[in-house]
Design a protein around this ligand. Structure first.
Ligand code: GDP
Length: 477
């Protein structure tokens, strides 16, 4: 009857048209079912039916290969014995906890996409501080690596010098196709070298295909370079006909705040953001040796928001209060490690009226002072703030910051990016609009695998371009 089809439709909306799968215990992860009430505009674009079917297939595979399943146990045995005996039906990508939270979210999405493309199962090293941030994304089987996984104790020591490091194996010419190792360590961190970068060549993928365990350490959103590999081209095209939606869809699929983080998001949103006409997010990340606040950063923020009419200017001569009608209201959500910028902006809109008559509320959830990666509440607040920024209508972000990329990607927003200041002066122009909602890959390879020589990988195809905020970075547009 009508009622059931209405409620089926409602559930479809809540689950973003089937991007998310039903069947989870709702109370164990409220954000999974409630986020659509906060992301008022829904998804930015529609996921392809192929992506949706591929996710369902992955979920079945994850269930079959997940922790302590028969196949898992068997494949772990190979690892313990150190010998590759037979090709396992389950192969894995193990993601090592590494770097700040924004970085982690981007690398998890990258690792998941790589797992999809190579028919592997993604398992996540919980490290010391991945607990109680994200709900389990896959039904019926955990994505966390069990504590007794044989390589866990080595995770911190894996480096480019490790014998199992793929780049080092290539350098030493110890890669022999007939001799498949039980695991390989992939170093895709910002300091990786030309040998490590051969990961992005089809030829090397051919060898890696056989290896049951790929252990990955990365602080890079390496998705753009996967789009430059001929062997993945067709599949990626089918998964993402609109290429700038990769992180948007995978992010919404994978990252659901746990109930404690969701409480931080929902309470803040309802108290300060829900009732206004427009929400403007300003994410301030200053990469300087000193903590600030800096006048040039404040000047830059105001120059950007005024120039592009994202926020109204103020009148320094006070007129009598014009009280006809209810004024439009805007809320500014600021995030920063420091409270200095927030105080200045808040005071400005308190001390003077706006030229448009709009009423501006200015809010900042926390000012943690400095990055404290291993503290639970610190990480929960950082995650809640990225999420809150993703719920804004207009977003202004800082250059080079993965914290901002996560917010824009989850929100499906093309932010205004504040250019990185040089020599402590506000750049002119202060900001520019992003070409797409995708994150930037900060350390891409510049190598033509076929020709075996350097090339500008930002000039090969129209959908992989250099980033707005980092001239050597790559992003999907
Ligand atoms: P990135 O360094 O800007 O690329 O972002 P990351 O998230 O990888 O690392 C920065 C870390 O510093 C965050 O994870 C937080 O721990 C902290 N941090 C930076 N900016 C903020 C902020 O505005 N709010 C909060 N709560 N934490 C922040």
């Amino acid at each position: 009857d009508n009622n059931t089809s209405d409620s089926v439709e409602l559930l479809q909306d809540k689950l973003y048209g089937g991007l998310l799968v039903d069947g989870f215990d709702e109370s164990s992860c409220l954000s999974r079912y409630q986020s659509a009430m906060y992301h008022l505009k829904g998804l930015s674009g529609k996921p392809s039916s192929y992506l949706i079917s591929r996710l369902r297939k992955y979920e079945a595979q994850h269930k079959q290969c997940g922790p302590y399943t028969e196949f898992y146990n068997k494949t772990v045995d190979q690892l313990r014995s150190g010998k590759f005996t037979e090709s396992s039906p389950c192969k894995y990508v193990v993601w090592i906890s590494f770097s700040g939270l924004g970085n982690r979210i981007l690398t998890l999405a990258s690792a998941f996409l790589y797992a999809l493309l190579t028919n592997r199962v993604l398992l996540v090293d919980p490290g010391v501080d991945m607990i109680d941030l994200f709900c389990e994304p896959f039904p019926d089987a955990s994505w966390f690596l069990p504590a007794d996984f044989p390589l866990t104790a080595q995770f911190n020591n894996f480096s480019q010098k490790s014998d199992q490091c793929y780049g080092k194996m290539l350098k030493n010419k110890s890669v022999v196709n007939s001799n498949v190792p039980s695991f390989v360590y992939l170093h895709i961190a910002h300091d990786y070298d030309d040998h490590d970068k051969l990961f992005f060549c089809d030829e090397e993928q051919h060898f890696l295909q056989e290896v049951p365990w790929l252990v990955l350490k990365t602080d890079n959103y390496f998705v753009p370079s996967l789009f430059l590999m001929p062997s993945f081209e067709q599949e990626l095209n089918d998964l993402f006909p609109n290429k700038e939606t990769v992180f948007h869809f995978l992010g919404r699929y994978l990252f659901h705040p746990t109930n404690s983080v969701w409480g931080l998001v929902a309470r803040y949103y309802q108290a300060y953001l829900a009732k206004v006409d427009e929400r403007v997010g300003i994410q301030i990340r200053v990469f300087d040796t000193e903590p600030g606040p800096f006048q040039h950063v404040l000047d830059q923020i105001l120059a950007c928001t005024l120039k592009h009419k994202l926020l109204p200017d103020v009148k320094h001569q006070q007129d009598a209060i014009n009280s006809s009608g209810i004024p439009k209201s805007k809320a500014i959500l600021m995030t920063s490690l420091s409270s200095g910028y927030f105080e200045k902006v808040r005071d400005m809109y308190w001390e003077y009226p706006t030229v448009t008559g709009e009423v501006i509320g200015v809010y900042q959830p926390s000012h943690e002072g400095y990055q404290q990666t291993q503290k639970q509440m610190h990480n929960q607040k950082a995650w809640a703030e990225m999420y809150l920024l993703s719920l804004t209508d207009v977003l202004i972000t800082s250059s080079w910051s993965t914290f901002g990329y996560v917010a824009q990607g989850l929100g499906g927003l093309k932010p205004w990016i504040l250019y990185k200041p040089e020599n402590r002066t506000a750049p002119d122009p202060p900001c520019r609009r992003a070409m797409s909602m995708e994150p930037c890959f900060h350390a891409p390879p510049f190598y033509d695998c076929k020709a075996k020589r350097g090339t500008d990988t930002g000039e090969l195809v129209p959908y992989v371009r250099h980033c707005e905020d980092m001239s050597w970075g790559l992003k999907l547009v």
